[in-house]
Design a protein around this ligand. Structure first.
Ligand SMILES: Cc1ncc(COP(=O)(O)O)c(C=O)c1O
Length: 396
């Protein structure tokens, strides 16, 4: 079991020591927990709240202004010029359902991934893959296992299907703790959700070790490998778990055009899985769901390496700026390689949400290990420079 031996090489030595100094805000956290949670505009605009601070928070868009969105891990540079043009060119097809276009796109994706088209399902954003996977995993009465914190949609969906969500904390560097996850697989674990790079931390488990882990786990349960942020890594580092699907392992790989491709609002993604799994997923898909504009844009995005490179380079520059800011403050963070960073909230989360929004920025606040954490998405360099100024004011 080679994945057990090697230790994750983390660049981050600014460890949790810094946290104890901030325990003071636990008091206000506990106070916030006493407030009754309600559905706010914020809940409706974003995913479900990930903390008590978010549950009680009311969105405050500054008068006459728009919020700088550092809350949803979007691509501030998209859609690409090629994608925009492809949408215009495809307009003549907008009166038609997309049956043929979806079939064509499946073939294109199959070629790219080195599988047959029956290994591919095109979905209405990768959230649909997570939802469909929850349905077919026969979660009723079973359990879904994941690291925590991670992207929660599948597990929250599973809970709605009366499944148990077993969570395993990240390690001290905010990286998936593979040993603890392996030990947490039980006889009723119907699915293991793994996200690499991880949201909300942006941290990565290195390719070979991750692959060996997924392989071993896929013998015990269905593995859902979420690769939403894989393209933020350099191409030579992008080791997709599709290689395990090619070997016929029990694994579903989820990909999206919402992140590096910059098409979050168009809603398109795909998954790669063994054909019998794809057939099961398809049974629950409401079709035809994929819109012609999304198909046209996603198709050109596949070959648009220049746009992906530009996004990576600009994201890296802005990420580096922001991580340096956190280091200067001596605020712990994992070694993010994606477009988001998680760090301990220096003040109570509710105040942070309200005061950053008042100043025109939107971020997220998570609960983890009895503390509050800020998740900030990486925007443009200018946005990050403006944000750090504002954040200094907010936490002063
Ligand atoms: C890890 C991960 N998976 C899936 C999604 C859903 O993305 P979409 O439905 O836009 O493809 C997100 C969105 O932030 C995410 O962070």
């Amino acid at each position: 079991m080679p994945w057990r031996k090697a230790r994750q090489n983390s660049q981050n030595r600014n460890t949790m020591k810094n946290l104890s100094r901030r325990d003071w805000f636990r008091k206000s956290f506990t106070a916030a927990a006493g407030v009754v949670a309600g559905t706010s505009v914020f809940d409706q605009l974003l995913a479900a709240p990930v903390s008590r601070a978010e549950a009680v928070h009311q969105l405050r868009v500054p008068a006459g202004g728009k919020l700088v969105r550092l809350g949803s891990n979007e691509n501030p540079y998209g859609p690409s010029a090629k994608a925009r043009q492809a949408i215009v060119d495809a307009m003549g097809e907008f009166n038609r359902y997309s049956f043929e276009a979806v079939m064509e796109f499946r073939k294109t994706l199959a070629e790219k991934e080195g599988v047959t088209p029956d290994h591919i399902l095109v979905v209405n954003g990768s959230s649909e893959t997570l939802c469909l996977s929850g349905m077919v995993a026969k979660l009723e009465g079973g359990a879904v296992l994941s690291a925590f914190p991670t992207f929660r949609s599948l597990m929250e969906y599973a809970e709605k299907l009366n499944a148990r969500w077993d969570r395993v904390d990240l390690d001290e560097y905010h990286v998936h703790n593979l040993e603890a996850l392996a030990a947490a697989v039980k006889s009723d674990t119907r699915m293991l959700f793994v996200c690499n790079p991880n949201n909300p931390t942006g941290t990565v488990v290195e390719g070979a070790r991750y692959r060996d882990f997924c392989l071993e786990m896929s013998k015990k349960t269905t593995v859902l490998a979420d690769e939403a942020y894989l393209e933020f890594l350099e191409p030579r580092e992008q080791r997709s778990m599709v290689e395990l699907v090619r070997q016929g392992q029990n694994i579903i790989v989820s990909r999206t055009f919402s992140k590096v491709a910059g098409l979050a609002g168009l809603r398109i993604g795909y998954c790669v899985a063994p054909p019998d799994t794809i057939r099961k997923l398809q049974k629950f898909q409401m079709g035809p769901v994929i819109n012609q504009a999304a198909l046209a844009a996603a198709k050109v995005s596949l070959g648009d390496t220049a746009f992906a490179e530009m996004t990576r380079a600009k994201n890296n520059e802005a990420l580096k700026y922001f991580l340096t800011y956190l280091d200067q403050k001596k605020w712990f963070h994992g070694a993010s390689r994606a477009n988001c960073v998680l760090f301990p909230a220096p003040k109570d989360g509710k105040t942070i949400l309200a005061e950053t929004e008042k100043r025109g920025f939107q971020i997220r606040v998570w609960d983890y290990q009895g503390k509050e954490w800020c998740r900030v998405s990486i925007g443009t360099l200018d946005e990050m420079k403006a944000f750090t100024k504002v954040f200094d004011e907010v936490v002063a």
